[in-house]
Design a protein around this ligand. Sequence first.
Ligand code: ZN
Length: 129
Amino acid sequence: MSDAVSPTPLPIVRGLGGRCPRCGEGRLFQGFLTLRARCDHCGLDFAFADAGDGPAVFVILIGGFIVVFAAMVTEILYQPPYWLHAALWLPLILIVTLAPLRPIKGLLIALQYHHKAAEGRLVERRSDD
Ligand SMILES: [Zn+2]
């Protein structure tokens, strides 16, 4: 276990690639969306990582816009039958939701690490302030 910290912060590249936000070498994910307990290269504990519903929200908003916009344009221009709409948009929904889910989760965790984001905590006020 080394304490290697890259001098160049590349949270976007590391997150999108599913790599450790500190060293950029170790893998972040164990399965499709399951995080490893710690980095297998630098030993960073991934217990801090909590993307919550963030990846799903971005995927829903971005993917929803792409599919709805494409379906509307197709309907306005060509008026295809409904079975063709289903044949076109159902596979596209799977592609635009499943493909970016993991990179976006990695990105949010890398940005969380980079910006040291955590839950808010109450701090006791000092009397000399
Ligand atoms: Zn690492």
